[in-house]
Design a binder for this molecule. Structure first.
Ligand SMILES: Nc1ncnc2c1ncn2[C@@H]1O[C@H](COP(=O)(O)OP(=O)(O)OP(=O)(O)O)[C@@H](O)[C@H]1O
Ligand SMILES: CC(C)(CO)[C@@H](O)C(=O)[O-]
Ligand code: BAL
Length: 281
């Protein structure tokens, strides 16, 4: 596995592969890798000849300086996991390499970003769209792989690709969970033992809500029940629970026949902010 640290080296690597007729896959991450990330690499390797994973804790997408400071960084452990999963090159740029001068770019994704993560993390998706656009330009992948765990992020990136005519395919991979249902997340390692014991409740609440959606229980009632269950747990502070159209992400008052529903939540647990979602087709 090659280690690349500059945009020029990344560009040269993927252009050489392209000229040789090879397909290029890109897996953007912020590191502290777990099986959710490795699944993305494996999916990329199944479809592409070369797979670039990027590890970059992107400062412009953090709306909370403490969250940025505490974000887990374990570069050696990450590098050791990537090659066996099928990664052929690791891109680990510095902040100066990605942002040679402060970015002034501003994206507006309209209603897609006025809800959930966009509403609760001001500037977050501007930072995500900025860094993902840069990675797409630098690597020019045929396909880029993202996790369902960040459902709204995928919707934003699909809009970005359409609006800026990036010539690539976005592939979404399912959420990988621990045995007790907790969605794998780099931030899970910051949970202490009592918080970790409570954490599976997030997925349990989503599954209970999904069952209610399937039974036709009205969205407001589903949301209220989920909120109440989360709020009853003293270690948990729910930030939002949303019952939304899976494509437009807009909150639902009633179900529209034939349209998928996404149940999303964010909650603070022992000082750690976690998100999760479940889709009802
Ligand atoms: N449990 C998971 N299953 C599938 N994909 C995942 C999972 N966790 C993260 N991903 C995906 O991996 C990519 C990189 O995500 P990221 O590096 O932010 O990891 P993370 O575990 O989500 O970290 P955190 O939630 O703490 O920011 C994203 O496309 C994300 O959706
Ligand atoms: C897509 C991403 C790597 C951009 O920094 C990040 O938002 C993430 O890890 O999901
Ligand atoms: N997985 C989304 C990256 C973030 O939380 O900033």
């Amino acid at each position: 596995m090659q280690i690349l640290t500059t945009a020029a080296a990344l560009h040269a690597y993927t252009e050489t592969a392209r000229r040789a007729g090879q397909r290029v896959g890109l897996v953007p991450t912020m590191g502290a890798l777990h099986d959710g990330h490795l699944q993305l690499v494996q999916a990329a390797r199944a479809q592409c000849n070369v797979v670039v994973a990027s590890i970059f804790v992107n400062p412009t997408q953090f709306n909370n300086a403490e969250d940025f400071r505490l974000y887990p960084r374990v570069p050696e452990a990450d590098a050791a996991l990537l090659a066996p999963a099928g990664c052929t090159a690791l891109f680990t740029p510095s902040v100066e390499e990605m942002y040679p001068r402060p970015t002034v770019l501003r994206f507006d994704f309209g209603d897609l970003e006025r809800v959930m993560e966009g509403a609760h993390r001001p500037g977050h998706f501007n930072g995500v769209a900025t860094v993902v656009s840069k990675l797409f330009h630098m690597a020019r992948p045929h396909q880029a792989f993202f996790g369902q765990k960040d459902w709204q992020q995928v919707a934003i990136i699909r809009q970005l690709v359409a609006d800026l005519s990036f010539d690539l395919e976005i592939v979404t991979c399912p959420t990988i969970r621990e045995a007790d249902g907790l969605a794998m997340s780099s931030r899970n390692c910051r949970l202490d033992a009592p918080a970790r014991a409570v954490a599976p409740l997030l997925h349990q609440v989503l599954e209970a809500a999904a069952a209610q959606v399937r039974q036709g229980v009205p969205p407001a009632q589903v949301k209220a029940a989920a909120d109440a269950t989360l709020a009853a747990e003293p270690l948990l502070t729910p930030e939002y629970v949303e019952v939304a159209d899976a494509e437009t992400l807009q909150p639902l008052d009633v179900y529209a026949p034939g349209r998928a529903v996404v149940l999303c939540l964010a909650a603070h647990l022992g000082g750690v902010r976690l998100i999760d979602n479940v889709v009802v087709e």
